[in-house]
Design a protein around this ligand. Structure first.
Ligand SMILES: NC(=O)c1ccc[n+]([C@@H]2O[C@H](COP(=O)([O-])OP(=O)(O)OC[C@H]3O[C@@H](n4cnc5c(N)ncnc54)[C@H](OP(=O)(O)O)[C@@H]3O)[C@@H](O)[C@H]2O)c1
Length: 257
C-alpha cells in the first residue's frame, strides 16, 4: 500500500520531526521548504537510517505559484498523507509592523495551505482515502494582541480543518488540526518572541510531532499536546469576558527585556 507523506516546512522544527517519525513508521516522504541544504541533509539522514525513499523539493511555498508548483513536482506520486506544517509568526503592534510581512504570513499560513489542500484532497477523494494534518496552534482559540495576524491565521486553519473534516469524512479522508502551545524550534526567534512569557517553557518538536502524527492516524479532529492547555482552552477561556482574554494574551506577549 502506498504510504507517502508530503511534509511542508520540513527543513527544521516540528516539520523535520514529522518526517523522521513517518520514516520510522516505514513511510516514503516528499519533504519541502526553502532551504535546500537542510532538506538534503535530512534526506541523507533518513535514507541512511530507514528503508524508505525521500524526495526533496526546495521552493518558496508562500510565493503566488508556490503550492501549485509543489503539487506539479509531485505528479505521478500517490500522496496518502498531507502535512501542512510550514508557517511563521511575527511579534509587534499591527500598525507598527510591515504590512508586506503580515500579508506574506497570510500567503504562507493560509493561502498556500488552502491551495495545497485543495489540490491534494481532490486526488484523495478520487481514491477514497487519505489523511491531512494541518498545523495550527493554541493561538487559534483566541485573538492575539501583539500577534494579531498570526493568531488570526491559525484561527482560520483550525476552522477550515474542522469544516473539511465534516465534508471529507464521507470520502474516506480525515482532517486533523494540531494545536500546540510553545514549541522549542526556530519559530520564536523568527517571530521575534524571545523575551516574552510565551517562550518561558516549551515542548520539544519531537514530542509535538509524535503527538500530532498519532492523532492524525486516529483521525482526531483537534489535538492539543499539553493537557493543562487543553483544559484551559476548552473549559476556562471560553467563559472569560473577552476583554479579560485580550488583556491576558497581550500581557503574555509583552517583552520583559
Ligand atoms: N514553535 C511554536 O511555538 C509553535 C507553536 C504552535 C504552532 N506552531 C506552528 O508549527 C509550524 C512549524 O513551525 P516550527 O515551530 O517548527 O518553526 P520553524 O522551525 O521555524 O519551522 C518552520 C518551517 O516552515 C518553513 N517555511 C517558512 N517559510 C516558508 C516559505 N515561505 N516557503 C516554504 N517553507 C517555509 C521553514 O523552512 P525554510 O525557512 O527552509 O523555508 C521551516 O521548515 C508552523 O505552522 C507554526 O506556526 C509553532
Amino acid at each position: 500500500m502506498p504510504n507517502t507523506a508530503l511534509v511542508t516546512g520540513a527543513s527544521s522544527g516540528i516539520g523535520r520531526e514529522f518526517a523522521r517519525y513517518h520514516a520510522e513508521k516505514g513511510g516514503d516522504l516528499i519533504i519541502t521548504a526553502r532551504r535546500a541544504a537542510e532538506l538534503e541533509a535530512l534526506k541523507s539522514e533518513i535514507e541512511a537510517d530507514h528503508d524508505v525513499k525521500v524526495q526533496t523539493i526546495a521552493l518558496d511555498l508562500g510565493s503566488p505559484e508556490g503550492a501549485q508548483e509543489l503539487y506539479d513536482q509531485t505528479k505521478g506520486q500517490e500522496i496518502s498523507i498531507l502535512i501542512n506544517n510550514a508557517g511563521f509568526g511575527g511579534h509587534g503592534a499591527f500598525t507598527d509592523r510591515e504590512l508586506a510581512t503580515d500579508l506574506a504570513m497570510i500567503d504562507l499560513n493560509v493561502k498556500a495551505l488552502v491551495t495545497l489542500t485543495h489540490l491534494v484532497a481532490r486526488d484523495m477523494a478520487k481514491r477514497g482515502s487519505g489523511k491531512i494534518l494541518n498545523v495550527s496552534s493554541t493561538a487559534s482559540y483566541m485573538p492575539g494582541p501583539l500577534q494579531a495576524t498570526y493568531f488570526a491565521t491559525k484561527a482560520f486553519v483550525s476552522s477550515f480543518s474542522q469544516a473539511l473534516a465534516g465534508e471529507l469524512k464521507e470520502k474516506g479522508i480525515t482532517v486533523t488540526a494540531l494545536e500546540p502551545g510553545y514549541v522549542e524550534t526556530e519559530f520564536a526567534a523568527r517571530a521575534d518572541l524571545d523575551g516574552t512569557d510565551l517562550t518561558k517553557s516549551g515542548a520539544t518538536p519531537r514530542s509535538v510531532a509524535k503527538y500530532g502524527y498519532d492523532a492524525m492516524r486516529r483521525g482526531e479532529l483537534r489535538a492539543i499536546n499539553d493537557g493543562r492547555l487543553r483544559f484551559m482552552l476548552n473549559w476556562i477561556v471560553p467563559w472569560l469576558p473577552r476583554w479579560t482574554v485580550l488583556k491576558m494574551v497581550r500581557r503574555m506577549q509583552e517583552k520583559s527585556v
